[in-house]
Write a protein that binds this ligand. Structure first.
Ligand code: AMP
Ligand code: GLY
Length: 411
C-alpha cells in the first residue's frame, strides 16, 4: 500500500512510525511531515490545510490510504473532499469533526443523548456571560467555542480569573463560550478506532495539560503522558465505552454525521462516575506517542479492518510507556524559533519531532512543543527514570520540560 500521513507534529510522527512498521506499507508519504518523519517516509511539501492540494497528490500518486493527524485539516473538510473523489481516508468529515470543532455542538449532543458531562450554558455575548459567572460563582470553567490547540480553556478558581477569561474570549470577533461546572477527579484519555457504530478502544493514556509541575499554570496542548494508566482498570474502560464512547458514535450516526477515524474521549473519574471533559475528532498529542509505541499488531491492518466494519485483533505490549515533551521557552503564551538543539544522539529514547526544523545538518526549535522523548519499560517507575535521565543529555538554551510526568499514577 501507498500510505499518506497528513500533519507535521509529534502525533503525526507517531502515526507515521506505526504505519511504517506495517508489512502492508510499501511506500509512506508525509505531508508536510517533519525532520523525524523524513527519516521513515518521504516528506511532501503540501500544507496540512491545503485540502485540494492533498487530494490532487493522493489521486496523482495512487495513494491507497490517507491517515489524518490534525483537527484543522478535518475541520477544513479534507475527508469530504477525499470521499467525493473516491479516495480512502481515515478521518471524519467536516460534519462529524464538529464533535471537536464546536464545543456547543458536542455539549448539546451529550445533553440530547444523555452522555455524562458537566452541566453547561453557551453564551454569545460578554454581558450575559459575565452575569452568569457572577451568579454561579467559582470555581467555574470557561471554554472558547472553536479549535484552540488545547489553549482555549480556563479553569477559573475565582471570579476574577473567570471574568478575565471572558474578556479575552469576547475580544475575538464572533466568538462564543461554553461555561461549565467545575469537575474534580482523575483524568485520562481513551482513543477509539471508529467507523459508524463500530467503536474499538485502544489502550488508555494520561496527558498532563498544565504547563507547570504539580499541574500549575495555564493549559497547553499537553506536556507529557504515559500508558497504560494503572488507576484505569478494564472495568472503568468498559464503563466508559458503554456510557460515553459508543453512545457518542451512535449519536453522530443518528444526527446524520457518522464518524470514521480516531475518536478521542477526554475523561474524568469523579465521585459521581466517569464524565466527559471533551471529545476530539483525531488522535491525541502527546497520547499518540505513548499509545502507538505499545501496539505490537499491525496498525494499518487495524484501520483497514475498522473501515471494512470488522473488529481488529489488537495486541499490546505489557510494558509501560512514558514520555516527556520539551517545549520552547515562553510556551504556551509565546514560543521561540530557531534555537539549536544538540545531544539527541546521546539518548536511547524514542524521539518524536513535534516542532523542529532541520538545516545544514543541525536541528532547530520551530514552535511551541518541540520534541518528545519516550521510553518503554517493565514498570512506569523504570520508564520514568529512563526518560528523565535522557532529558539531561538534550542541550538547548530555549527548551524546558515538566519534572513530574507520570507521578500521579504512582500515588
Ligand atoms: P479541554 O480542552 O476541554 O480538554 O480542557 C482542557 C483541560 O481543562 C482538561 O484536560 C481539564 O484538565 C480542564 N477542564 C476542562 N473542563 C473541565 C471541567 N468541567 N472541570 C474541571 N476541569 C476541566
Ligand atoms: N493531548 C490533548 C489533545 O490532543 O487534545
Amino acid at each position: 500500500m501507498k500510505v499518506l500521513v497528513i500533519g507535521t507534529g509529534g502525533r503525526e510522527h507517531a502515526l507515521a512510525l506505526a504505519a511504517s512498521k506495517s508489512p502492508l506499507c510499501e511506500k509512506l508519504y508525509c505531508a508536510p511531515g517533519n525532520p523525524g518523519m523524513g527519516q521513515i517516509g518521504e516528506n511532501v511539501n503540501i500544507k496540512a490545510d491545503d485540502v485540494k492540494g492533498l487530494a490532487d497528490f493522493a489521486q496523482n500518486n495512487g495513494i491507497d490510504l490517507t491517515i489524518v493527524g490534525p483537527e484543522n485539516t478535518l475541520a477544513a473538510g479534507l475527508a469530504d473532499e477525499f470521499l467525493a473523489r473516491n479516495l480512502k481516508v481515515f478521518g471524519p468529515t467536516q460534519g462529524a469533526a464538529q464533535v471537536e470543532s464546536s464545543k456547543d455542538f458536542a455539549k448539546s449532543l451529550m445533553k440530547k443523548y444523555d452522555i455524562p458531562t458537566a452541566a453547561y450554558e453557551t453564551f454569545h455575548d460578554l454581558e450575559s456571560a459575565k452575569a452568569y459567572v457572577l451568579e454561579h460563582g467559582a470555581p467555574i470553567v470557561i471554554k472558547e467555542n472553536g479549535l484552540k490547540a488545547g489553549k482555549g480553556v480556563t479553569v477559573a478558581m475565582n471570579i476574577e480569573d473567570a471574568l478575565e477569561a471572558l474578556e479575552i474570549a469576547f475580544a475575538i470577533e464572533d466568538n462564543a463560550v461554553v461555561i461549565e461546572d467545575y469537575l474534580e477527579g482523575f483524568e485520562f484519555s481513551l482513543i477509539a478506532l471508529v467507523n459508524g457504530d463500530l467503536v474499538v478502544p485502544l489502550e488508555c493514556a494520561q496527558d498532563h495539560k498544565r504547563v507547570g509541575d504539580n499541574d500549575t499554570g495555564p493549559n497547553t496542548g499537553g506536556m507529557g503522558s504515559y500508558s497504560p494508566v494503572r488507576k484505569i482498570t478494564p472495568e472503568l474502560v468498559n464503563t466508559t465505552m458503554e456510557a460515553i464512547m459508543k453512545p457518542m458514535a451512535k449519536a453522530l450516526q443518528a444526527e446524520g454525521v457518522p464518524f470514521t477515524g480516531f475518536l478521542y474521549g477526554g475523561l474524568m473519574v469523579t465521585e459521581d462516575g466517569i464524565k466527559t471533559i471533551e471529545f476530539n475528532a483525531r488522535f491525541g498529542d502527546p497520547e499518540a506517542e505513548v499509545i502507538l509505541c505499545r501496539l505490537e499488531s499491525d496498525f494499518l491492518q487495524a484501520i483497514l479492518d475498522v473501515m471494512d466494519g470488522r473488529k481488529p485483533e489488537l495486541k499490546w505490549t505489557d510494558k509501560t510507556s512514558h514520555g516527556v515533551v520539551l517545549a520552547s521557552t515562553g510556551y504556551p503564551a509565546s514560543s521561540t524559533k530557531g534555537a539549536l538543539i544538540e545531544g539527541l544522539e546521546d539518548t536511547d529514547s524514542l524521539i518524536y519531532h513535534m516542532g523542529t526544523k532541520g538545516e545544514d545538518g543541525n536541528l532547530y526549535t520551530n514552535g511551541g512543543r518541540v520534541l518528545m522523548l519516550v521510553n518503554l519499560a517493565d514498570t512506569l517507575e523504570e520508564a520514568m527514570e529512563k526518560t528523565y535521565a535522557d532529558l539531561k543529555h538534550v542541550k538547548s538554551d530555549a527548551l524546558f520540560y515538566r519534572n513530574d510526568i507520570g507521578r500521579k499514577d504512582l500515588d
